[in-house]
Design a protein around this ligand. Structure first.
Ligand code: COA
Length: 373
C-alpha cells in the first residue's frame, strides 16, 4: 500500500472549471487564460463564466450584474446576530458563522437541484461582502453603510467598508484581486467544499467547511502573516532583511507568501497582482512594493522558491486600507465563487469522496475489563 502524503500528485477527479500547468506557470478558468481575464474582464464577468461555463453576452452580463447587486441585502436576523456578537472576534470566524446561519434561514437549504443551487450561489456571493463590511462597521462603532446597487461588486464593498465611494484605481485593484482569487483547481479549501458536497450535504455546509479550511496559515491565512512580516521588516536595511531570512530558513521556518504545491515556476497571478500593487503604491505614496520585491529576491536567491498569490495581494489590501485581520476574508470574497462552482459540479457528477488509510496501530489486542486494569 503506497501513500502519497498530503495527496501530493494524486488525481482525485475530473473537472472543466480551471486548469493549472505548474511547470509552465499557466492558469485558465474554463479554458480562458488568467492574464486575459485579469486585463479585460470584471469580477462579475468571471463569476458568470465560472458558474455557467461560458463568457456572457453584454445583455447577459448586465442582467447578471443587476441580479448580484439586488441580492446584497442581509436578512434582518443576520444583522441582529452580527450586532450582538463580540466585536473582538476574529472576522473570518464571524463570516463562517454567518454562512451557517444563512443556511438555517433558507427554507430550501437541502434542495440541491441546479436551479436552487444557482439561487444559493448568487445569494452567497452577493452577501459575502455585506457580512464582512457590516461586521467591520460594527467593530468600528460606526452606523452600517448599506449596499449601493449602482456600484459593482468591488466598488460596493469599498463603499460599505469606508462609507465613501472608491476611486477607479482602488476599485480596479480590488476587482482584479477578486478575479485572481476566484478559482484554483483542487486547493485545500475547494477540496473540503467538494468533500462536503460529495455526501450530498447542503451548499452552506460546503462553504462553511471551505472557509474553515482556507483559514489556516498554510492556505488563505498566509495573507495576514505576510503583512505582519512586512510590517516587521519595514524599517530594516537590506543586510538585516538578509539575516532575518537566513535565520528563518536555518530554523526550518516557513516564510509566508512563498512556495506553492503546484507551481514550480512563477505563479501567473503574481505578475498581475504585482502590477496593481505598484500602481497603488505610486498613488498612495507607499513603499510596500520595493520591500516586497527585495524580500522576494532574497528568498528566491537563498531557497529558490517564488512568491505566491498571497504575497502581493497583501500590498494591495494594505494600500486599500483594509484591516490586517480582514485579509483572509478578501481571499474568501473571491474564492467563494470557485468553491460554489465545484460544489455544483460535485452535485452533478457525484461520487462520495472517501480515501483509504494505512493502519499502523496494534491489532487483535486482548480486551481487559475496566475492573481488571
Ligand atoms: N518558506 C521556506 N521554505 C519553504 C516554503 C516557505 N514558504 N515553502 C516551501 N519551502 C521549502 C520546504 O521547506 C521544502 O524544503 P526542503 O526540500 O529543503 O525540505 C521545499 O520548499 C518543499 O516544500 P513542501 O513543504 O514540500 O511544499 P508543499 O507543497 O507541501 O507546501 C506550501 C506548499 C504552500 C504549504 C508551502 O510552500 C508553505 O508553507 N508556504 C508558506 C505559506 C503560504 O504562503 N501559503 C499560501 C499558499 S498560496
Amino acid at each position: 500500500m503506497s501513500i502519497n502524503y498530503g495527496l501530493r500528485g494524486v488525481v482525485a477527479l475530473e473537472s472543466d472549471i480551471s486548469r493549472i500547468d505548474g511547470a509552465k506557470g499557466i492558469l485558465e478558468y474554463r479554458g480562458y487564460n488568467i492574464h486575459d481575464l485579469a486585463q479585460h474582464s470584471s469580477f462579475e464577468e468571471v463569476v458568470f463564466l465560472l458558474l455557467s461555463g461560458y463568457l456572457p453576452t453584454k445583455s447577459e452580463l448586465t442582467e447578471f450584474t443587476i441580479e448580484l447587486a439586488e441580492r446584497r441585502e442581509l436578512p434582518e436576523k443576520i444583522i441582529d446576530v452580527l450586532c450582538n456578537l463580540p466585536t473582538i472576534s476574529y472576522p473570518t470566524v464571524i463570516l463562517r458563522t454567518m454562512y451557517s446561519y444563512l443556511g438555517d434561514l433558507d427554507d430550501s437549504i437541502f434542495m440541491i437541484n441546479p436551479q436552487e443551487s444557482r439561487r444559493k450561489a448568487i445569494d452567497l456571493i452577493a452577501k459575502t461582502p455585506t457580512i464582512i463590511a457590516y461586521y467591520q462597521n460594527i467593530r468600528e462603532d460606526k452606523p452600517l453603510t448599506h449596499p449601493n446597487k449602482n456600484l459593482g461588486h468591488a466598488a460596493n464593498f469599498l463603499w460599505m467598508l469606508n462609507g465613501v465611494e472608491p476611486d477607479k484605481i482602488d476599485e480596479r485593484a480590488l476587482d482584479l484581486d477578486l478575479i485572481l482569487h476566484a478559482e484554483h483547481t483542487l486547493n485545500a479549501s475547494t477540496f473540503a467544499a467538494r468533500i462536503a458536497a460529495s455526501t450530498l450535504s447542503d451548499m452552506y455546509a460546503g462553504v462553511v467547511s471551505a472557509t474553515g479550511t482556507l483559514f489556516g496559515p498554510l492556505h488563505g491565512g498566509a495573507s495576514q502573516k505576510v503583512i505582519e512580516m512586512l510590517r516587521e521588516l519595514k524599517d530594516k536595511d537590506t543586510q538585516e532583511i538578509e539575516e532575518w531570512v537566513e535565520n528563518k530558513l536555518q530554523a526550518g521556518e516557513r516564510i509566508m507568501g512563498f512556495g506553492h504545491r503546484v507551481y514550480k515556476t512563477m505563479d501567473p497571478r503574481v505578475e498581475e497582482l504585482r502590477n496593481a500593487a505598484k500602481q497603488l503604491d505610486a498613488v498612495k505614496s507607499n513603499n510596500w512594493l520595493a520591500l516586497s520585491d527585495e524580500l522576494a529576491e532574497i528568498v528566491y536567491r537563498k531557497k529558490r522558491i517564488y512568491s505566491n498569490v498571497d504575497f502581493y495581494a497583501t500590498s494591495i489590501y494594505a494600500n486599500l486600507g483594509i484591516p490586517d485581520d480582514q485579509f483572509i476574508n478578501m481571499f474568501i470574497m473571491g474564492r467563494i465563487v470557485g468553491w460554489i462552482a465545484h460544489i455544483m459540479d460535485q452535485y452533478q457528477n457525484n461520487k462520495l469522496i472517501r480515501p483509504l488509510q494505512k493502519y499502523v496501530g496494534e491489532e487483535n489486542r486482548v480486551f481487559t475489563h475496566i475492573d481488571d486494569r
